[in-house]
Design a protein around this ligand. Structure first.
Ligand code: ADP
Length: 470
C-alpha cells in the first residue's frame, strides 16, 4: 500500500505543536508495518539543511530520509516559506496563509506525479493540507493518476480551521460552486477545515473521547453539524509518543538516565532542574511543571485565577511556554513576585526534556485537548499528570483512588479554577506519603503509549478505506 502523508510540520524539521510529533513518528511506524509511505511538508527557512542531510532534487523540491527509510519531501518557495516562523509573526497570522498553503497543496499533488508515487491513500492533517481532498474531488476528478486515490483527514485541533475572506477563493483555483453551505462556506467566510471534513473519504481525530466531543456544540467550534453528518466515517485513534526521544532511560539531555526499576536518577534530574531554574535545591519540595502553548485552550484562564494561591503553597513552579501576549505578561509578573517560580517564555525542546524529567507533577488543565502529548510524555518520565477530564486526557489519565490505589494521575471534571486548586492539593497530600508517591511514579512509567498500537489502527483504517480485505 502506498500512502502520501501531508503535514505542515514534522519532527525533527519543523514544530510548533503535537502535529509535528505525530507526523514525524507515525510514518516510520507505518513503514515498519509494510506501508510504503512518503511525507511532504513546506521547506521553511528554519529547517536545517546540513544537519538533516536534505538534498535538492530540483529547483523547488528537496528530500531527506528519516527512520525506517521514510522519505520526507520539502516543497520550496522562498516567497512563501522563507519566514521567521511557520504560520504567524508576533502572534498575528501571516496575511497570505491561504496563498502559502494553497501552494503547498497544489505542489504536493504535482510532486507525487513527478516522483511517480501513485498513492492509494493521501493522509492529510489539519487545515493546512485540507485543500488536497477538495482538489481531488473537483479539479482532479477526472485525473487518471489519482483515479483510485482515497483520502483520510485527521483533525489534530478543531479550534484551528483556516478561515479566510470569501473574496480570496480565486487564489485556491477552485470554482465558486464550492463556496456553498454544503461546501467551504462558513458564516460568509472560506473554511478550509470544513472543506477537508466534507471532501475526505474518512475522518479521524486523535482520541475516542474527542471524536465524540466534537459532535457537540460545546466542542464542535461551529462544525458539530458537519461532523454529525459524517459520523459514520469519523473515528478516534489515540496518538502515541516517540519512545526514542521520550525514554528517560536513553534521553541524552538528562543529567542521569533512569527507569521504572531505578527511579533514584529522577531525583538527580530534579536537583539539576532546581539549579538551572535557580530554585532552592531540596528534593522534598514538590515541583510542579507545565510546558504548553500559552493559549486559553490549555486551561490558562483557570490557572491564572488561582496561580497566586498555587505558588503561595510550599511548592516550586516551573513554566515553559510561549503564545498569547496576555499570558506572557501574567507569568512575567509571577516570576518577579515569587522566588519559588521559574518562568521561560520561549520554545525550547531541550529545556522541555529537563522539565519533564525533573518535575514531580505536570499540569494540564485544558478546556479541551484532542489528544495531548504532555501527559503521555510526563507519564513516561514518572512525572504525575494533573489534568482536566477532556479529550485524550480523559482517555489516558485515570484519577488516583486512595482506597483502591488505582490510577496514574489526578483528574478533575468541572472547568473551574477551584476544582484545579483542589486537585493540586489532593496530589500534594499523596506526594507527602513518600512511599506511595514512589509507587505512583513507577506505575506511571510502566504505562505504554508507544506508536505501535496506534499505527496498526491507522493501517486497518487505510485498508478499510481502499476496500482491501488483506
Ligand atoms: P498542542 O499540540 O496542542 O500544542 P500537545 O500536548 O499535543 O499540545 O503537544 C505539545 C508538544 O509541544 C509537546 O511535545 C510539548 O512538550 C511541546 N511543547 C509545547 N510548548 C513547548 C515549549 N515552549 N518548548 C518546548 N516544547 C514545547
Amino acid at each position: 500500500m502506498k500512502v502520501l502523508f501531508c503535514s505542515s510540520e514534522v519532527v525533527p524539521f519543523a514544530k510548533t505543536g503535537g502535529l509535528a510529533d505525530v507526523a514525524g513518528t507515525l510514518p516510520p511506524e507505518l513503514a515498519n508495518l509494510g506501508v510504503e509511505i512518503k511525507v511532504v511538508l513546506p521547506y521553511y527557512k528554519s529547517i536545517e539543511t546540513k544537519k538533516f542531510k536534505i538534498k535538492k532534487i530540483d529547483k523547488d523540491t528537496a528530500v531527506a530520509v528519516i527512520q525506517n527509510n521514510v522519505e520526507v519531501y520539502f516543497i520550496e518557495n522562498k516567497k512563501y516559506f522563507d519566514r521567521a516562523s511557520l504560520y504567524q509573526y508576533n502572534g498575528v497570522d501571516y496575511r497570505d496563509n491561504l496563498e502559502r498553503f494553497t501552494y503547498y497543496c497544489q505542489q504536493t499533488l504535482k510532486l507525487a506525479k513527478k516522483i511517480k508515487f501513485k498513492p492509494d491513500i493521501i493522509h492529510c492533517n489539519d487545515w493546512q493540507s485540507a485543500l488536497i481532498p477538495i482538489y481531488l474531488k473537483t479539479i482532479y476528478k477526472k485525473d487518471v493518476f489519482y483515479k483510485k486515490t482515497k483520502t483520510v483527514f485527521t483533525i489534530h485541533n478543531l479550534g484551528y480551521q483556516g478561515l479566510f475572506p470569501k473574496e480570496d477563493l480565486a487564489l485556491t483555483g477552485l470554482s465558486d460552486a464550492v463556496f456553498s453551505i454544503d461546501g467551504l462556506e462558513f458564516y460568509g467566510r472560506i473554511n478550509l477545515l470544513k472543506g477537508g471534513l466534507l471532501f475526505s473519504d474518512k475522518i479521524t481525530t486523535v482520541s475516542a473521547t474527542y471524536a465524540e466531543e466534537i459532535q457537540t456544540p460545546q466542542f464542535g467550534c461551529g462544525l458539530e453539524g458537519v461532523l454529525q453528518k459524517r459520523k459514520s466515517d469519523l473515528s478516534g485513534i489515540l496518538n502515541g509518543i516517540n519512545c526514542q526521544d521520550w525514554d528517560p532511560k536513553k534521553n541524552k539531555a538528562l543529567t542521569k538516565n533512569y527507569g521504572p526499576d531505578d527511579i533514584e536518577g529522577k531525583y538527580n534530574n530534579k536537583t539539576n532542574l532546581q539549579k538551572i531554574c535557580k530554585l532552592k535545591v531540596n528534593n522534598r519540595i514538590p515541583l510542579l511543571g507545565i510546558i504548553t502553548r500559552l493559549a486559553d485552550q490549555k486551561g490558562l484562564d483557570i490557572l491564572a485565577e488561582v496561580i497566586d494561591k498555587i505558588v503561595q503553597m510550599p511548592i516550586q513552579f516551573v513554566l515553559l511556554g510561549t503564545g498569547d501576549p496576555k499570558y506572557h505578561k501574567l507569568f512575567e509578573s509571577i516570576k518577579d513576585k515569587y522566588k519559588n517560580t521559574a518562568i521561560y517564555l520561549s520554545f525550547d525542546p531541550k529545556l522541555a526534556y529537563k522539565i519533564y524529567a525533573g518535575s514531580d507533577m505536570f499540569l494540564m488543565p485544558s478546556y479541551y485537548e484532542p489528544c495531548g502529548l504532555g501527559q503521555l510524555i510526563s507519564l513516561n518520565f514518572g512525572t504525575i499528570p494533573i489534568v482536566r477530564k477532556t479529550g485524550g486526557l480523559a482517555d489516558t489519565v485515570v484519577d488516583y483512588d486512595p482506597f483502591s490505589k488505582k490510577g496514574n494521575g489526578f483528574v478533575f471534571d468541572n472547568y473551574q479554577s477551584g476544582a484545579l486548586l483542589e486537585t493540586i492539593k489532593r496530589a500534594l497530600c499523596v506526594y507527602h506519603d513518600a512511599e506511595e508517591w514512589k509507587r505512583l511514579v513507577r506505575g506511571a512509567m510502566k504505562c505504554n503509549f508507544s506508536w505501535e498500537a496506534s499505527a496498526s489502527e491507522y493501517y486497518t483504517l487505510y485498508k478499510k478505506t481502499i476496500g482491501s480485505k488483506k
